[in-house]
Design a binder for this molecule. Sequence first.
Ligand SMILES: N[C@@H](CCC(=O)N[C@@H](CS)C(=O)NCC(=O)O)C(=O)O
Length: 216
Amino acid sequence: MPPTITAFESSPDRGKGHARDMRVRWAFEEVGQPYDVRLLSFAAMKQPPHLALNPFGQIPTYEDGDLALFESGAIVLHIAERHDGLLPKDANARARAIAWMFAALSTVEPPIVELAMAMLFERDKSWYAERLPMLQDRVRARLGELSRRLGKADWLDGAFNAGDLMMVTVLRRLNTSGLLDEYPEIAAYVVRGESRPAFKRAFDAQLAVFKAASRP
Ligand SMILES: N[C@@H](CCC(=O)N[C@@H](CS)C(=O)NCC(=O)O)C(=O)O
């Protein structure tokens, strides 16, 4: 039996691939591991069977035999550790790749999610116009730092690895914000990630779920 992950039955991003099952799907595709997906409604995500897998009632989760995991970072790391292709063999390079995964999730993703949430849910607030530039500047600060480190390189540290996979999925949320245009190296980095055949297979799989859910 292949591992099973959970994903939205109908993703609020309308198939843009910003939901966090996308990074897990991409990791599976990079290493060539088939997987099953169990689709969940928002209501089902908050019910006891799913809460037993993820106490926060979120997707994605991962089940394989008697192992159940939540947190997309932990799931991608687990996949990367058990298959060739996403982590370097050299111990130090491997540790650095994992550090980039953490950087994506704990240093770069928070201001991006904060901005996305404000744009989605706070537009009608009196303080929105004042808060928006501050949130954008926090994202710009990270993009500037990342851009300086990436320079002209294709990937963050040597060959493509799980650190890049995670970073690209985090940065993609900015695709329609206009902010990536200010950092051409980062914009090209994201496109490079999105151009990988494994990314495309993962993207198409999650888009097919959204299209099926939207059919009358
Ligand atoms: N830190 C968690 C975040 C998971 C998360 O925020 N999942 C979103 C979808 S991308 C979700 O389930 N949202 C619905 C909710 O929180 O009710 C991870 O990386 O897995």
